[in-house]
Structure formats: C-alpha cells, structure tokens
Ligand binder design. Structure first.
Ligand code: AGP
Length: 608
C-alpha cells in the first residue's frame, strides 16, 4: 500500500505535494519522491527512507512549479532505494508516473518493452507503466494512458504527467483507491482524502476503471467503457487525523476492516487463472518445494500463532512433517534439525530480534531458510535464502490483526503450492479449497457487517478480570490468538487453551465470574467442543461461543453468541478470529485503554 498525490493549479506544487504525502505516510514510508513541472525541464526529487529525508532534499534543492505528482512508498517489488522510489520516468524523461498497486504481469511487459529498446532504471513493477505510456503516446496523453493500462493485469491507482502536455494530469484507478479534490482553479489527486482536507473538502471518489483528465479548472472523468461519466462530488466532514484511519477511531479498527483486502492482495497473482495452480516459485523454487523433508515454522506472538494454524494444513493437506517453535526458545536450540528441513521465519516486521536470531541459528546449521514477511527489504528478507511476502500494507496498530490474516493467507497458499508440487493434492481437491480462500473476503465482510452484535457482547463482559479461550484442532491457535488480543490491549488476564486440556487443570478456574470463549465452528471436533461447553456450564461458567449461524445446539448452551459464516474446516481460522479481534477491541475501548499503543508494548520488538 503506497500513497500518491497530485496537484495542478497556481500555487507552489511542491509544498502541496509534501503536505499531502505527510498525511499519507501511514500508507508507506520506505522511500518518497516528487516530480514537478514549471516552464522548463521537469524537476524530479527522490529519496530513500522516511518523508523527512525528501523534505531535507527539497530544502537543499528546491523544485519549483505549479503542477506535480508525489509518492510515498511501501515496497512490493524492488527493495527500498532511490532508484526504486517513485515517480518513475520513461526513457526520454518526458512522462512521469506514481502508482499504488501491483502490476502482476510486470515481468512480461518489461521483457516486451525492453525488446523494443526501452531502458529500465529500477527493479519495480511500476516503471513498466512509464515505458508503456511512452510507447503508446502519439500526442494524446489521456489516450496513451488508457492504452497502456489496458495491458496491465493487477491493481493500480496512478498519477501521470508529461512535459509535452503541461495543462493537465491524468489519474486512473483499478482496485486501488483514488480521490479527486476539487479546488478553486486548482485540482488535487490523492490515495485518500486525508491528503487533501487542508485544501478542499469537495472530493470525487473515482471508481474502478475510471480515468480522469485533470486540469486546474475541471476534471473530465471517463468510465471503463471510455464514455464520459459524471461523478458527484461529496463534501467530506472528517478531520484529517480521522480520515487517515479511514473514518475509524483507531488504526486497529481500520486494520481489522482491511482484512478482506489483505487476503485479496496477498492472493493476487498467485493462483493460475487457467490451471488453478498456486504460483510461488519466486518464493521457493520448485525443486526445493519438491524435495524438502520437514518444515519448521518459527515466530513470536501472533506470528507464532499463525504458524500453529499452518501446522495442521502442512501436515494434513501437504503431508509434510512440521514443527512450530517459539523463536525466543528456538534461537537457543542446540539440537540439529534433520537435513532437508526448511525453516520458515514468520514475521510481519521482519525485524523481531528473537525471530532473526532463530533464523540465523538455522542458517548456521546449514538449513534452508525462508522469511514470511510483510516488509520488503527488511532484515529477515535479506537474511533468509527465500522470501514469501504478505501484502497487508503497513500495520500501525501494535496489536496484529491484518498481519495475522496476511500470514494465514500466505501460509495457506504455501501449503497448496507444496501439496500440488509434490503431487499429493489433486486438482479436484485443491480447486474447492482455493475457491473457498477466494470467498473469504466476502465472508469476513459478513462478520464485519454485524460488528454491533459483537460490541454488545463486549459491553456485557468488559469489566471481567479473567477469560479463558478454548479451541480444538485449527481453532486451538485461534484461542491463543484471541486471548493475546484481549490481554494485550485491554489488560484483562486471558489464557488460550486446547479444550481437551480442561480436565487437566483449567476446569478448576471455572466459575460464574470468568467468561469462557469457546470456538466451535462446524468441524470434525465440534461434538467434543460441545462436551467442553457442557463441562463449563455444569460449573456455573458463562460461555461465549464463536459458532456458525443456525447452530441451534450451541445457541442453546451459550450465554453469548459470536456468529461466523460456514466455511471449510481448514479455513475457519480466517473467520473465527474476526469476532475475537473485535471483542478485544471493544473491551479495550470500553476500558478506555490506548488501543493502538498499549502500555509496555512496541510494534516491533527489535531487542531480546
Ligand atoms: C501481536 O498482536 C503483537 N503485535 C506481537 O505479538 C507480534 O505478533 C510479535 O511481536 C511478532 O512481531 P513480528 O510479526 O513483526 O515478528
């Protein structure tokens, strides 16, 4: 997820672009740049690192002009560097592009363009857009952009300017947000309204397939069919800070609501359209996938919990023996893993000290390593032999939510990739699993649409001092994750437990004061979970059940119900975690805790 801005009017474009990029820095902050047009040559300024580095550069080397585009980057292709920073230019430095999204067919487009003499300067997918527009340009920038984008598979929100047409900018979107700001003899484009609110509250939200011809006095918008469309401007009433959170009060809630998009973005381009085979060769070569003998997943906190879920998939779908190790323990492990073991370090930030140490310990033992990570260019991606990326965009809330969702998505794809490569999963078995994975965003949205019911449950129990979370099979790691969410943001003591362990101790804790969350979707272990719920009720315990709609048996036994849609048993964690994230969020909010930055915790634990 990156941030793009654009301006055309009579004021100093650079100041306005920087102001907008500051508001968009939450969308990505590993490099930034602007391209500004005045009467003469284009002024391109790009920098590596946070926006402040670009600001310092512009103080030293000002860029003057009354139109321009800007970008703050969250790398998806190509490590953070000045060469990979946007805006990207075509061969003759006449056309400049900023882009948020992923050009899935960038390899093929790059080869085509290079075969016709285009010279590339970066490793990014975005640069292909600048050269494709250049190739299509015959004196009409709008036409050239439309023609170039027609060749693109993937997602984009783009801002384009040309030194040959200094009276307008071109903006277009598909599967990435883009808004036009309407000013007085000036126009703005931005990834979201937070970037323009200081200048105007009149905004037009472009729709997928729209392309806009933006001059200082008007914006002409054309739909996917090429015909002009009239998009009604909306008056924005949010303040800038709220709009950075998508209108939500906290980043954590915004990120909970982004989880469907996270699944889509992490899946995008990784399932073959025709053969429904998972494509992850660029993460783990086919030969390694075919020959590895064992997998060891390691991570901390939420990332560790994602590994615990994946273990069921890897062992039961791909039939690969799998260990899951807490990284802070595994880093000191002196035993030798069997040869042919692939160690997968699961880490959103790619900077967690314990996970990095576990990774290095594994490499030192001569094991093959892979980082499953959300940050391109992070230490883990540089230390590991292989990298499998999630595409969540920056996660600002300390409590991991969409990162967990991205990890589950990547691990599930990885499981199917291994199973298909090793010939242990037929197409008739893998296709329905992948079809169900692609349905998950819609199913998540169904839960989010009923979040008021979950808030009501939180209101009933937020004053409690202890919680127990129970689950079996793939729901056991969900119990651990649900307990972690609650404890880390509301400071309520919470424990996750395998439900079968109740008789071996935790049952002694059960009384009328300690809510017990039972995760009981329809599954092969549902009957056993019903018995556990009975055990709790028999001792006066209050059960909060995460169950499928229409499950009357559970409904009869639970004090509170958190409903989730039905899905394949293996995919249920994608859904059952959502109500637990929201339960934790609302309990913490009701307890007036600092939801985004809970006490004593940091977003990335870069120390032991
Ligand atoms: C979970 O909500 C916390 N944010 C924390 O447990 C986190 O998952 C852990 O610190 C690992 O972080 P990483 O994924 O960046 O390595």
């Amino acid at each position: 997820m990156c941030g793009i801005v654009g301006y055309i009017g009579e004021k100093n474009a650079t100041d306005i672009l920087l102001e907008g990029l500051r508001r968009l820095e939450y969308r990505g902050y590993d490099s930034a740049g602007v391209a500004v047009l005045n009467g003469g040559a284009p002024e391109l300024r790009r920098s590596n690192g946070k926006l402040s580095v670009l600001e310092e550069l512009l103080k030293r080397e000002p860029a003057h002009g009354t139109m321009g585009i800007g970008h703050t980057r969250w790398a998806t292709h190509g490590v953070p560097s000045i060469e990979n920073a946007h805006p990207h230019a075509c061969c003759d430095n006449k056309i400049f592009v900023v882009h948020n999204g992923i050009v899935e067919n960038h390899d093929k487009l790059r080869r085509d363009l290079m075969s016709r003499g285009h010279v590339f300067k970066s490793q990014t997918d975005t640069e292909v857009l600048a050269h494709a527009i250049e190739e299509a340009y015959e004196g009409d920038l709008l036409k050239a952009v439309r023609k170039a984008l027609a060749r693109v598979e993937g997602s984009y929100a783009v801002g384009v300017l040309s030194t040959d047409e200094r009276h307008h900018l071109i903006a277009a979107r598909k599967d990435s947000p883009l808004v036009l700001g309407i000013g007085n003899q000036e126009m703005f484009i931005a990834s979201d309204v937070s970037a323009i609110l200081q200048r105007t509250r009149e905004a037009v939200f472009l729709e997928d397939g729209d392309i806009a011809d933006v001059s200082s006095g008007e914006a002409r918008i054309y739909g996917a069919n090429g015909l002009r469309v009239l998009r009604k401007p909306q008056r924005i009433h949010w303040d800038a800070k709220t709009s950075e959170k998508g209108g939500h009060p906290h980043y954590m809630l915004k990120e909970i609501y982004e989880q469907g998009e996270t699944v889509q973005n992490t899946v995008r381009g990784r399932i073959g359209e025709s053969d429904r085979r998972v494509r992850l060769e660029d993460s783990l070569p086919l030969e390694t996938a075919r020959t590895l003998k064992r997998i060891c997943l390691t991570g901390c906190g939420t990332s560790y919990h994602a590994g615990l879920v994946a273990r069921y998939w890897l062992e039961e779908i791909a039939h690969i023996p799998c260990d899951v190790e807490i990284a802070s323990e595994f880093r000191y492990n002196r035993s030798d893993k069997e040869a042919g073991t692939l160690v997968v370090a699961i880490t959103q930030s790619g900077e967690t000290a314990d996970t990095l140490a576990a990774l290095r310990n594994s490499k030192a033992k001569g094991l093959s390593t892979m980082a499953l990570c959300n940050v391109v260019g992070s230490t883990a991606t540089r230390d590991a032999a292989h990298t499998l990326l999630t595409h969540c965009g920056p996660e600002i809330g300390v409590a991991s939510t969409k990162a967990f969702m991205g990890q589950l998505t990547a691990l599930f794809l990885f499981t199917i990739y291994l199973a298909q490569t090793r010939g242990v999963l037929s197409d008739s078995e893998s296709t329905p699993l992948l079809q169900e994975l692609v349905r998950i965003p819609d199913l998540i949205q169904q839960i989010l649409d009923k979040s008021a019911d979950i808030e009501e449950v939180a209101r009933a129990v937020y004053k409690k001092s202890d919680f127990l979370f129970l689950g079996r099979h793939v729901s056991y790691p969900v119990a651990l994750e649900g307990a972690l969410k609650l404890k880390e943001i509301s400071y309520i003591h919470a424990e996750g437990y395998p439900a079968g362990e109740m008789k071996h101790g935790p049952l002694a804790l059960v009384d009328s004061q300690m809510p017990v969350v039972a995760i009981v979707p329809r599954s092969s272990v549902r009957a056993k979970m019903l018995s556990n719920i009975e055990e709790v009720r028999a001792r006066g315990g209050q059960v909060i059940a995460v169950a499928n709609e229409g499950d009357d048996e559970v409904k009869a036994k639970a004090a509170f119900l958190l409903h989730v849609p039905s899905t394949n048993e293996y995919l249920s964690p994608f859904l059952t975690i959502i109500p637990l994230q929201l339960l934790a969020y609302h309990a913490a909010s009701l307890r007036k805790c600092d939801v985004d930055q809970p006490r004593n915790l940091a977003k990335s634990v870069t120390v032991e």
